[in-house]
Design a protein around this ligand. Sequence first.
Ligand code: PLP
Length: 370
Amino acid sequence: MKRIYLDNNATTPVDPRLLELFVSAAFTTFGNPSSIHGYGQAAKALLVKARDDIAKIFGVRSPEIVFTATATEALNMLLKGFFGSKPSGHLITSNVEHLAVYATVERLKSEGLEVTYLEAGSYGAPQPEDLIKAIRPDTRLVVLMGANNETGVLTDYKAMGDIALKHAIPCIVDGVQLFGKENITLSPGISAICFSGHKCYAPKGAAFTIVRRGLKLEPHLTGGHQEHGLRAGTENLASIVTLAQGATFIAEELNSFKEPMRELRDYFEERVLALKPGAKINGTGPRIANTSNICFKDIDGEALLMYLDLHGVAASLGSACSSGALEPSRVLLNMGLTRQEALASIRFSLGRYTTKEEIDETLKIITRFA
Ligand code: PLP
């Protein structure tokens, strides 16, 4: 059976062009970048180049790039590092954030932070005017996702950043679902934005954050001086250098695969909506090019997901972290879906390697599911 992978928002296959680089960075350039001998300096040279390459893509300075293992770690670093050990004041976020933000904010809230959750509604993302209304004299930070991992709905993060800037409030963007799907604008209102390698065709084990000058953070991990003293610990060189090369490929090639991916996604949606009366797309706002979150009326989403899997198609129920559990998606419930609607919803997320043949095969399998 040929397997079809439609779960690219959970993780992406690795770009095969990165294999050789990964192996050579892991096995040949194995030195510790902090060592002063030749082995260390060779590793350091790769690390410096990786940081420079990523900085160049985004038009920022190299010291503004911070590597972590995952975006979850980056968001912990940003949020906990911003508020320090005694969180106080007010933070604004939304009610559809990924758990990496949601759970971290809840933790800070239990420690004394006051939090406003902007409503995403059926649109799927908060609106700039809601941010304006939520700002208080003691608001210290805004944290919002660039695109939702479950629905793909885009937040107008540029407008949000502009508003925050006007009030001299830093704005952090969870950019994980943007990279490899949308062109990214780093406007002056964005104080930090993070991305994850395994969501953009690089191996797992490395993520990067752009921390703009002026955003003050307490160290996330103490120890050595790595990552400008923010995140101590020997760098995962193989994952970092392949992430930088993968990011370069994305920057160079996004315009060639983004629109074909969007056309394929739209074709898939049109056919599904025609095949399954009553089905609807979750999230009415503009979306990234690859994501379709479909509510199949009166269908048990888990049964459909299992049926798809049995026939070789990988999709997802809610977010990857909660698939396998029977609880409906918190994000979909917060968008106003009923429990039953949320449990009848499936996320299909295409990738740059998804083909029309795969989409046609998936459509056939969906048609056969009674
Ligand atoms: N933020 C969003 C929007 C995500 O989709 C994910 C992963 O699904 C994360 C953060 C966490 O990324 P990572 O898997 O690198 O920790």
